[in-house]
Design a binder for this molecule. Structure first.
Ligand SMILES: Cc1cc2nc3c(=O)[nH]c(=O)nc-3n(C[C@H](O)[C@H](O)[C@H](O)COP(=O)(O)OP(=O)(O)OC[C@H]3O[C@@H](n4cnc5c(N)ncnc54)[C@H](O)[C@@H]3O)c2cc1C
Length: 312
């Protein structure tokens, strides 16, 4: 049977939205989507799937690659080889995919963000979407892909039927690696996901001493400050302010990005904002492809001008 095996991404019993991208690409690949998932009560509409394989194993054990290859071995034993095994391109998805590819000696294409159905070509981005690599799996056997969040969910189609459900029970968890704990995110007073207006700062601000002046602008605009990852990594802003794949997903009414280039990891976290305004001195910056309004200028000059206008 021709099918795609989707390895689900779950955290603390919750079904991650990025699984929709793994389901969506199955429509383009024209494969029956069968999802492998640790057994739990998820609040999910399963109608986009042909089948669900529930695994009686702790979620944290499911994330262990040493267990995953055993689970996949059982699925293949029962159903035959899938045409493609699909993982998310998260940290854990990429780890599981790489180990699985090595273990079963399968070709792997990571971080797939587009697929050309006619050519059978997968695309992945380099240099913040400035160029794309084209890949085809070698041979005509099974292969593995990891799928970039936000790339394929628009292709999810519900077939209106309840999927078949199977259960895998007898997986012995490997003693070789022990899960310790999920580390709680640091709590802050501000929740950037609730803000109507975000003033988001990127590496282009130059240094930490510039932050107070942007905070003053945020006050005048009645905006909340957020930032790109380098600004958080340099500890210019707290972690809870980070927008992007390893930060928060935000959908404000206005997203004003200053000195942010528009790497896909950032775009994935803010592209659904109602209105995106980007200020960048580089007219080729990828963020302009997503912006409703763009200003090619020095951000500090724009900041000072805006402050003058708002104070007048
Ligand atoms: C696994 C992984 C997860 C990641 N997660 C995230 C994430 O969650 N969020 C995130 O943001 N990134 C994330 N990244 C990092 C991401 O790839 C980019 O490196 C990052 O988004 C770049 O941040 P930036 O745009 O602020 O900096 P840069 O890419 O360095 O861009 C700075 C921009 O400022 C402009 N600029 C400089 N000076 C001025 C000036 N005076 N006036 C106007 N413009 C100016 C430049 O032209 C440039 O476009 C992740 C990366 C990896 C590998």
């Amino acid at each position: 049977m021709s099918y795609a095996l989707i390895v689900a991404e779950v955290r603390r019993g919750l079904f991650e939205e990025r699984n929709l991208d793994s389901i969506g690409i199955c429509s383009l690949l024209e494969k029956d989507p069968i999802m492998l998932i640790p057994e739990s009560d998820y609040s999910v509409n399963w109608e986009a799937l042909s089948g669900v394989i529930k695994v009686k194993i702790e979620e944290t054990q499911f994330l262990n690659p040493l267990n995953m290859v055993n689970i996949l071995g059982k699925v293949i034993g029962k159903r035959g080889k899938p045409d493609v095994i699909i993982f998310t391109n998260s940290a854990s998805g990429a780890e599981l995919a790489a180990y699985t590819a090595g273990y079963f000696d399968l070709p792997i294409i990571t971080d797939v963000s587009n697929y050309d159905k006619e050519q059978g070509v997968f695309y992945k981005s380099y240099y913040s979407d400035k160029i794309f690599g084209e890949f085809k799996p070698s041979g005509d056997g099974s292969f593995i892909i990891t799928v970039r969040s936000g790339s394929f969910k628009e292709y999810v189609t519900e077939n209106g039927t309840t999927p078949s459900i199977e259960t895998i029970e007898d997986i012995t968890a490997s003693p070789v690696r022990t899960f310790m704990e999920y580390v709680e995110e640091e709590k802050t007073d501000v929740d950037i996901t609730k803000a109507d207006f975000l003033l988001s700062l990127g590496r282009g601000i130059g240094n930490k001493d510039e932050i107070p002046s942007y905070e003053e602008l945020a006050g005048l605009l009645k905006a909340v400050i957020s930032g790109s990852r380098p600004v958080i990594d340099k500890m210019w802003l707290p972690k809870a302010r980070q927008v992007g794949t390893s930060g928060k997903t935000v959908k404000p009414k206005v997203y004003l990005a200053m000195g942010i280039s528009g790497a896909f990891q950032h775009i994935a976290g803010m592209k659904d904002s109602d209105c995106i305004i980007a200020v960048n001195k580089d007219p080729e910056a990828p963020i302009f492809q997503y912006a409703n309004y763009g200003i090619v200028a020095d951000i500090h000059k724009v900041r000072d001008k805006l402050k003058d206008i708002l104070k007048a």
